[in-house]
Write a protein that binds this ligand. Structure first.
Ligand code: GRF
Length: 203
């Protein structure tokens, strides 16, 4: 059974989808903890599911690296990244760049979901950037996290056609409708050994 730690900053609808999937005993992964960098509304989903949650604020530490060390230790306390089974860390709407020390600690068992077809539109405003560029098609990418910003090997992608005149919020919502099942399916494939994170290649 794959042990999964989920990191969030916002509403946590991707987290909610993972928790719902993992509530089925047939799902091959368990969400063992949820971490956040802030008082994220999505932490309520962890509480509702009875999954331990913690907030570790970067502002409480002298450096991003130190924040990353404390975050890593909190995750490892729940059995992810320790012992013979590596487990998996899922960044699902964490709006922070994980520092290099943290990435090295868990790599390659560390994935992110991003609302664009990487390598297009990396960074915090992917949906806005796709609209500003006049993209006809955008989508979502689930990828392995490396030390860059949204640069790691792509695992799965799904595409969404941009509708004329739609707002950033409307497009993001339509992307998220695909993103949630794609993330759940990717975690399932990792848990079943159908996706080999170590063998994933850079885009
Ligand atoms: C997702 O679209 C994720 O890719 C992006 O932020 C959004 C988080 O949504 N980085 P939620 O908090 O899971 O609802």
């Amino acid at each position: 059974m794959l042990k999964v730690a989920v990191l969030i900053s916002g509403g946590g609808s991707n987290l909610e989808a993972l928790l719902e999937a993992a509530a089925d005993p047939a799902f091959p992964a368990r969400i063992v903890c949820v971490g956040s960098d802030t008082e994220a509304p999505g932490l309520a989903h962890a509480e509702a599911a009875g999954v331990p949650a913690f907030i570790i604020r970067p502002g409480d530490y002298d450096s991003r690296e130190e924040w990353g060390q404390v975050l890593a230790a909190a995750i490892q306390e729940h059995g992810v990244g320790t012992g013979p089974e590596p487990g998996l860390v899922v960044s699902a709407g964490l709006m922070r760049i994980l520092p290099p020390g943290f990435v090295r600690e868990f790599s390659p068992h560390l994935i992110n979901t991003h609302p664009a077809l990487l390598p297009l539109y990396p960074g915090a405003h992917a949906v806005r950037d796709a609209l500003a560029a006049g993209a006809a098609v955008t989508g979502v990418t689930v990828h392995v996290i490396d030390e860059g910003v949204d640069t790691g090997p792509t695992l799965r992608q799904a595409t969404v056609e941009v509708r004329p005149g739609e707002t950033e919020a409307e497009l993001h919502e339509r992307i998220k409708r695909l993103e949630r099942p794609l993330l759940v399916q990717t975690v399932r494939e990792i848990a079943l050994g159908e996706l080999d994170l170590a063998a994933a290649e850079a885009p």
